[in-house]
Design a protein around this ligand. Structure first.
Ligand code: UD1
Ligand code: CA
Length: 486
């Protein structure tokens, strides 16, 4: 299906209700700020709404107002917020949203806790509403388990009579599987008229937005109930069970889209990709991997198994195996892992290698350079074609301040070197294995920073008689070495 074109989908104002406490989440975080697939619940709703390019978006905030407003400012700076001081119900929230400059054209109302809605379905609802001349259109869905939702009561001719909340429903009404999604399109002027007539005569003593339907109908308005094909889009999140349920559905939706676009995902049930990440075709993702934040992966890359990439850039043909990478860049045809940890601002050039058990942060590794085994690389700039020997530590912290290490091109750092920053290793230089390098090593020099070895000959036969070592040593009694003192 293609999105509706032309005036059919024109929308004056979208009102997002996000003032509720979300008591059932049992959380100190306001409900709409809980995240799935890398976006807050309200962030998903706003992303869908923004696809319709409404003239205006108003979000009703209340519980946890400061943090919700701060978040909205970051993700959608153009929206307006309306403050609902006390929870007076969804009808009260909409009254407040309409109080200043009530919009007269089409108004979309939806909740901040339905993250699965797509812009496509919202556009279809608006188009159906605008083209049919309705005063109100309710998006409905048939749920396998309708518990907790308002039920749709239709007349004998199938038209929408009213919506009854679960708590106020009779046993027979509770059997109804068609529920109110909480998404509505209204004629703005008619909504303003009807919303003033709401009464709080229900089990919660609140003004229910759902009651405007019956009011508008009694006033002679034409009402639509538009049944959506896929009930998943209308899932609301009220507790952590529903949060996990929506997260799983969203994971499947995102994975399906990527697989259809040419990404191989070997086990979609254990692969979690944020809605904000981008993956090119012919990328392969092994099981247990998470691709998070603003990560971008270019073609031919192989990710996983059990790898996390958060806000990373992975260039063409790179492989990252069993590793954790954050805000880092992995150059083309580079290999990372297994078991490595790239922290913020690790910038790997092309054809580089960061092998097993390497931690790296705020460091640049030039094209073709390698840190193959068991190293810590912090606050370093490493040139091209350089090899960092196994178990090298960039000693960047003196206990108070962090310092930089510069390593040139085609350097060979010997295994188990400690590079005590600030320090510079010139182009083409070497360091001897096991060195503690405290001074700069000039280009082409060999830096040696360790005690010279001495052998105490015959020591074991003198000091460890009766041990297996002494027995082994005794096999060489005739040898000159065992008869000399070192
Ligand atoms: C609501 C609907 C129900 C529907 C369901 C769909 C009403 C009375 N009921 O029930 O028919 O099936 O959504 O998910 O509308 N809010 C405010 N201010 C308030 C009260 C709520 O802003 O005073 C906001 C909440 O933050 C939430 C939304 O409105 O985002 C819906 O409120 P909630 O308490 O979750 O309503 P439900 O019980 O889910
Ligand atoms: Ca809800």
């Amino acid at each position: 299906m293609t999105p509706p074109q032309g005036t059919g989908s024109s929308l004056d104002c979208a009102i997002v209700l996000a003032a509720g406490e979300g008591t059932r989440m049992k959380s100190s975080t306001p409900k709409v700020l809980h995240e799935i697939a890398g976006r807050s619940l309200v962030g998903h709703v706003l992303a869908a709404v923004e696809e319709l390019s409404p003239q205006e978006i108003r979000v009703v905030v209340g519980a946890g107002r400061e943090s919700v407003e701060a978040h909205l400012k970051k993700i959608a700076p153009k929206i307006k917020t309306v403050h609902q001081e006390h929870r007076g119900g969804t009808g009260h929230a909409v009254q407040l949203a309409l109080a200043i400059n009530p919009p007269s054209g089409t108004v979309l109302v939806l909740a901040g806790d339905t993250p699965m809605l797509t812009g496509h379905s919202l556009a279809q609802l608006i188009e159906h509403h605008n083209n049919g001349g309705y005063v109100a259109s309710v998006l409905t869905a048939e749920h396998i388990d309708p518990t907790g939702y308002g039920r749709i009561i239709r007349a004998d001719d199938e038209s929408l009579l009213r919506i009854v909340e679960e708590r106020d429903a009779t046993e027979i009404e509770k059997e109804i599987l068609e529920v109110n999604s909480g998404v509505y399109a209204f004629n703005g002027s008619k909504l303003l008229e009807a919303i003033g007539k709401l009464k709080n005569s229900n089990s919660q003593g609140e003004l229910y937005l759902t009651d405007v339907i019956e009011i508008m109908r009694n006033d002679g308005g034409k009402i639509a109930a538009a049944l959506i094909d896929d009930f998943v889009e209308t899932l609301g999140v009220n507790d952590r069970v529903q949060l996990a349920e929506s997260a799983a559905y969203l994971r499947d939706r995102i994975n399906d889209d990527f697989m259809r676009a040419g990404v191989s995902i070997l086990d979609p049930t254990t692969t979690w990709i944020d809605a904000t990440s981008m993956i090119a075709s012919d990328v392969t993702i092994y099981p247990g991997s998470s691709i998070l934040g603003t990560t971008r992966i270019e073609t031919g890359a192989v990710i996983g198994p059990r790898t996390t990439l958060e806000s990373c850039v992975v260039l063409e043909g790179a492989t990252i195996n069993e590793s954790q990478c954050f805000e880092s860049t992995i150059g083309a045809h580079s290999n990372v892992g297994p078991y490595s940890y790239l922290r913020k601002d690790s910038l790997l050039g092309n054809h580089t290698k960061v092998g097993a058990f390497v931690e790296m942060k705020n460091s640049t590794l030039g094209d073709g350079s390698k840190v193959p085994h068991l190293s810590y690389v912090g606050d370093a700039t490493i040139g091209q074609g350089t090899n960092i020997g196994a178990a090298t530590i960039f000693v960047n912290y003196d206990g108070v301040n962090k310092h930089q290490t510069l390593v040139g091109d085609d350097v060979r750092i010997g295994s188990d070197s400690m590079l005590i920053a600030p320090v510079k290793i010139g182009d083409g230089a070497y360091t001897a294995a096991g060195s503690v390098i405290t001074e700069d090593v000039p280009p082409g020099a060999m830096g040696v920073g360790r005690a010279r070895q001495r052998n105490v000959l015959g020591w074991v036969l003198r000091k460890r008689l009766g041990t297996k070592s002494a027995e082994a040593a005794a096999r060489h009694t005739g040898d000159e070495v065992n008869n000399k003192k070192g």
